[in-house]
Design a protein around this ligand. Structure first.
Ligand code: AMP
Length: 273
């Protein structure tokens, strides 16, 4: 497995690859969720590039940029075993200029839900993903449905900028009890982990209500909020696949999203109905 530490090195290596290239951008501390994306890319492409970059521009002031878990040795082994061709490990200095080009998330869909809780977050996400796409020029790029709004923002960017890249959405990988895997789960104490489980429990509750015939978004959200009451809830929302808020659930076109803090750890989860 080739390790590339600079954009130039990565671009040179990319130029030696013939056939299809799959790309999996990550912030590292790899878990089974990331591994599922990597394995899918390895299965569907002639070559796979994984990036590990804790991107400072998508963190807000006071967020966990410095504390974000870093496990580079373990990540390297995971990628090697999974059959990754190249690992791209840039530093912020190599990725950004002083007077940097501004990339802005769309004014409406980029500033609701995650964008409202974390203003500017999606500007940073789109900025880094566009740079990573330019460096790796993949045929396909793999993203988790876990970050549903991020996935939507990136699909939109690719569409708006006519980028010749196929975005492949991948299912959420969960612990056996339902907790969505996240690099941030390592912050949770044993008792906090129990409360963290309430996010997926609230989504299961919503699914049960929908199966029973409930379609009213307010009623579903109220029941979910009850389940989530021990957490510091940021939002529960029901949207269609284009992130328009819904009053009534439309099956096969709905995403139910939740964001909450457990202790100081901010967690998100969602369910595609
Ligand atoms: P991150 O390292 O958190 O930036 O995530 C890198 C990619 O992995 C993103 O596309 C995430 O949506 C995806 N991902 C993170 N957690 C999961 C999970 N539990 N299941 C599926 N994909 C995930």
């Amino acid at each position: 497995m080739k390790i590339c530490k600079t954009p130039k090195e990565m671009q040179h290596f990319r130029a030696t690859l013939s056939g299809s290239v799959g790309f999996v951008p990550t912030m590292g501390a790899l878990h089974e969720g990331h591994i599922a994306l990597i394995k899918r890319s390895v299965a569907e492409n002639d070559h796979t590039i994984v990036s590990i970059f804790v991107n400072p521009t998508q963190f807000l002031e006071g967020e966990d940029l410095d504390a974000y878990p870093r496990k580079i040795e373990a990540d390297l082994k995971i990628c090697e075993l999974a059959g990754v061709d190249a690992l791209f490990l840039p530093t912020p200095l190599m990725m950004y200029e002083n007077d940097e080009l501004a990339i802005m998330a769309p004014k409406v869909k980029g500033f609701i839900l995650e964008g409202a809780s974390r203003p500017g977050h999606f500007d940073g996400v789109l900025q880094v993903v566009l740079k990573l796409f330019s460096i790796t020029t993949p045929k396909r790029a793999y993203f988790g449905k876990k970050d549903a709004q991020q996935l939507f923002m990136i699909e939109n960017m690719v569409k708006h900028l006519f980028l010749p890249i196929m975005i492949v959405p991948c299912e959420i990988v969960r612990e056996p009890d339902g907790l969505a895997l996240s690099s941030r789960n390592v912050y949770l104490s044993t008792t906090q982990r129990k409360d963290a489980l309430l996010l997926s429990k609230s989504l299961k509750k919503a699914t049960k209500l929908i199966i029973e015939g409930e379609r009213d978004a307010v009623k579903i959200k109220t029941m979910m909020e009850e389940v989530l009451s021990p957490t510091k809830l940021e939002y529960v929302e029901i949207v269609d696949r284009a992130f328009n808020l819904l009053e009534k659930v439309e099956t096969k076109d709905t995403i139910i999203l939740v964001a909450a803090r457990v202790g100081t750890t901010r967690l998100i989860d969602n369910m595609w109905v």
